[in-house]
Design a binder for this molecule. Structure first.
Ligand SMILES: NC(=O)c1ccc[n+]([C@@H]2O[C@H](COP(=O)([O-])OP(=O)(O)OC[C@H]3O[C@@H](n4cnc5c(N)ncnc54)[C@H](OP(=O)(O)O)[C@@H]3O)[C@@H](O)[C@H]2O)c1
Length: 289
């Protein structure tokens, strides 16, 4: 038997990272997980706590790892934390560290709809990050995910609260499309992208088998509970998102939704050689509730 893979995961307390760490730990991967705050370690896992991801605190511990899966990212910015500083600059920093640490593979989570001619700050920061990864001369896989669904993602948690309050607000018509992908498929894919040559130096839409309107998604989630769906005027939604940082949707949540982005699921299937869970089926069974 060969040496077990050693994989570094950043943003360890995040939604995708938590699910990925569980999966990698069970798969007997040696994990090095980095977070700004303390967290409970799993089997086969080494913990690093680093508020600012400094070279001094990380380099000796991550040297010669097989892969870095960079899952740090923000979807809301503030006067103290900009998209550019976290999504782009911190990614560049991690790419440089990966080079110094002689890490063989970089895996990065961008966003569906990110393009060279993107015009909003969120998309621009993700495109810049993609470019840092692509220019690194390290083997890479960049995924561009639609909405990643699990029992513990932010939107699922939000919808569960709405069920308690018996009302959910949908910005605008809710007719815009999403292409949700199940988190268990995502974690499998992340590991495969490290292990398999065919993911080498590729940028891939990470989208599920179903294209569905946002409103239908919400209706299916509610699963006949007595929760009222109220359509909020889009102008009002943007107004609240701009004025109130605690509003349910950020400006960029709205941009992403209204952007109506869908991707090429067939291409992903052909590349990954795996079946994907239908999120519609998951919703119909109430598995996310
Ligand atoms: N989930 C989705 O549907 C989706 C869709 C498209 C793209 N993505 C991308 O996929 C990646 C993972 O997504 P996710 O849903 O797991 O996000 P998440 O739950 O928000 O986790 C992101 C993690 O990034 C770290 N982070 C946040 N702000 C930071 C800062 N100022 N400095 C350093 N680290 C910081 C945090 O890790 P610690 O708390 O451990 O420090 C946080 O838990 C992100 O890049 C995201 O943009 C996700």
């Amino acid at each position: 038997m060969g040496k077990p893979l050693q994989i570094v995961v950043t943003g360890a307390s995040g939604f995708v990272a938590k699910n990925l760490r569980k999966y990698l730990s069970k798969s007997n991967i040696h994990l090095i997980s980095i977070s700004r705050k303390n967290f409970k370690t799993l089997k086969n896992e080494t913990k690093i706590i680093s508020a600012t991801y400094t070279e001094r605190s990380l380099l000796p511990k991550i040297a010669n790892s097989d892969a870095l899966i960079h899952l740090v990212g923000i979807g809301r910015q503030s006067s103290t934390t900009s998209y550019d500083s976290i999504n782009a600059v911190l990614t560049k920093h991690m790419v440089n560290l990966a080079k110094k640490a002689r890490i063989r593979k970089l895996v990065f989570m961008s966003g569906l709809g990110v393009l060279p001619n993107s015009s909003t700050e969120y998309f621009i920061s993700k495109f810049k990050a993609e470019s840092h990864v692509r220019d690194s001369k390290i083997d890479f896989t960049i995924f561009r995910p639609s909405y990643i669904v699990g029992k513990d993602d932010l939107f699922t948690k939000y919808l569960k609260k709405c069920i308690e309050k018996k009302i959910v607000q949908i910005p605008g018509s809710g007719k815009y499309l999403i292409q949700p992908v199940y988190v268990d498929d995502v974690t499998k894919l992340l590991l495969n992208s490290v292990k398999e040559e065919r993911f080498s130096n590729k940028t891939i839409d990470l989208v599920g088998p179903d294209i569905i309107s946002f409103k239908r998604y919400v209706k299916l989630f509610l699963n006949n509970s007595k929760t009222k769906i109220s359509n909020m005027d889009l102008e009002k939604a943007y107004n609240l998102a701009i004025r109130n940082p605690k509003f349910d949707y950020s400006v960029d949540d709205l941009n992403v939704l209204v952007g109506n982005f869908t991707g090429d699921h067939k291409k992903l299937c052909n590349l990954s050689d795996e079946g994907f869970q239908s999120v519609i089926q998951l919703l119909k069974t109430g598995a996310l509730l």
